[in-house]
Design a protein around this ligand. Structure first.
Ligand code: HEM
Length: 140
């Protein structure tokens, strides 16, 4: 491997590391803002929910960008990596869908919706971490 490409690779990995740190912080802020919304009295404060929603969307977009970037440079793309990435996507879509349902005050929702919105963040976090881990280790 030439020196230039090693340098390029180093710069790319540094850029991804920075994004990973920001994504981790955003994820934590999503969890904290979610717990704050959850403990606030109903009807939900529009301001709090909007903050939670925007941070959540930022987190999802950034994680998507990281996985996409790693995906493009990864050498090994095994079925396991594809599966974990699909599961991660489904979990985030589930969070956005249940989050949207929760903010609709006029609907009396079954308890399961809130339970799913409480369990999915942890699963999404684990699944995102596994996706990144597998893609990084898929490199030669
Ligand atoms: C990455 C996406 C998301 C994550 C990780 C996430 C995470 C969380 C967490 C951890 C809680 C607190 C649950 C608890 O108290 O144990 C929460 C609550 C809540 N989230 Fe999200 N959330 C996400 C997306 C959204 C979106 C997009 C919306 C709105 C459109 C939303 C609306 C809500 C609402 C209304 C609550 C309060 C539910 C309650 O009364 O307990 N969330 N969220």
């Amino acid at each position: 491997m030439s020196t230039i490409s090693m340098k390029e690779r180093k710069t790319k990995m540094e850029a991804i590391t920075t994004k990973l740190i920001i994504a981790g912080i955003l994820f934590l802020l999503t969890l904290v803002s979610g717990v704050i919304v959850s403990h606030s009295s109903r009807p939900y404060s529009i301001g709090l929910v909007t903050i939670h929603k925007l941070i959540a969307m930022g987190t999802v977009i950034l994680i998507g960008m990281i996985i996409n970037q790693l995906w493009k440079t990864a050498d090994g793309k095994a079925i396991i990596e594809i599966s974990v990435i699909i599961i991660t996507g489904i979990l985030f879509i589930t969070l956005i869908a249940t989050g949207a349902l929760l903010t609709r005050e006029e609907m009396q929702l079954p308890e399961i919706v809130i339970k799913i919105h409480k369990i999915s963040p942890l699963l999404a976090m684990a699944s995102s971490a596994v996706s990144v881990f597998l893609l990084v280790n898929g490199k030669s």
